[in-house]
Structures are given as C-alpha cells and as structure tokens.
Design a protein around this ligand. Structure first.
Ligand code: RP5
Length: 171
C-alpha cells in the first residue's frame, strides 16, 4: 500500500526543490521562479530533516530513480536538510540557508556550509539571493548537456546586463 508521506509520484521534473518548512517558501519560491524563467522542469515539496526524517530519506534515496538530476534544499536554523539529503543521494545538492529569526541565517549558513569531507553541498548565500542563485546554478549544471538551456541562460544573463545599462548612470 502506498504511503503519501514517503512515496513521491512519478515526475518529469529535473530539479527537486525541497524545504524544511512551509515557512521557507517565501525564500525558496525564488529558486522556483528562476527555474521557471529558464524553462527548467521542477517540483517542490516540504521535507523536514527533523520533523519528517523518514520522508527525507525516501525523497533523497529515490530522487535519482525518479529522474531528478539536481536537488535544491533550503532550511533555516539547525539546517541539516541539505547535508542529510546529500548523504542519501549522489545527485548534486545545492543548499540554501534560509534567514532565521533568532540569528538572521548565520546559523543556517554555518549548518549547511561546514560539511565533512566526502559529502558535498554547494552552499548559496543566505536568503532570497541564495535561493535565486540556487535555481540558476541548477540550470547551469543541466545546461552542460542541454544546448537549448545554455542559450536560454545566455539570454538571461544578457537581459540582466541590458537592464543595468538601460537603467542609466548616476546623475
Ligand atoms: C527548519 O526550521 C525549517 O527549514 C525552518 O526554516 C525552521 C523553522 O521552521 P518552522 O518552525 O517555521 O516551521 O526546519
């Protein structure tokens, strides 16, 4: 019998975006928005290392078989999710430190970035910029074997450059 807590449906997604709490969505939506802009199929789930550990192991261990190529994991505070996920899969894992209330995300950053040798997590900056960059980095990884995505990334970078130049210089 299937268990909705630990069984994940078939998917066409290439990137899995997971977060430790629904409260992380305000940050993690920036990863999904970047993937949307770049036309990268993705899925999103709340998966907590501490509150739903069995679900976390099931997601990470099954990710490659479900066709995912990259996992973006965001968490705040004692942010063990990215590292634990990286220990249960050989897919590249990108960690996003969510800004915490008590310590403004420094706790999240240090929890994610200080991985022991052998289990890498590509750690982004704290908060929304980190989440956005996580989406873009995932796209860059996928673009290594996707020429069309490479072109969309080049257009994206060019449009950023154009926007800065068009906004004019200081008076
Ligand atoms: C972490 O604890 C989550 O990633 C979240 O950032 C933090 C607080 O979670 P809530 O208490 O807001 O659900 O697991």
């Amino acid at each position: 019998m299937s268990n909705p807590a630990t069984d994940f449906p078939d998917t066409d997604a290439l990137v899995g975006v997971i977060m430790g709490s629904k409260n992380d969505w305000d940050t993690m939506k920036h990863a999904c928005e970047a993937l949307e802009v770049l036309g990268v199929a993705h899925e999103k789930y709340v998966v907590s290392a501490h509150r739903t550990p069995a679900r976390m192991v099931a997601y990470a261990a099954g990710a490659a078989d479900r066709g995912l190529k990259v996992i973006i994991a965001g968490a705040g505070g004692a942010a063990h999710l990215p590292g634990m996920v990286a220990s249960e899969t050989n897919l590249p894992v990108i960690g996003v430190p969510v800004q915490s209330r008590a310590l403004q995300g420094l706790d999240s950053l240090l929890s994610i970035v200080q991985m022991p040798g052998g289990i890498p997590v590509a750690t982004m900056s704290i908060g929304t910029s980190g989440a956005k960059n996580a989406g873009i980095l995932a796209a860059r990884i996928l673009a290594l074997s996707d020429a069309k995505l490479q072109m969309r990334l080049a257009d994206f970078v060019q449009s950023q450059t154009d926007a800065v130049l068009e906004s004019g210089d200081l008076a």
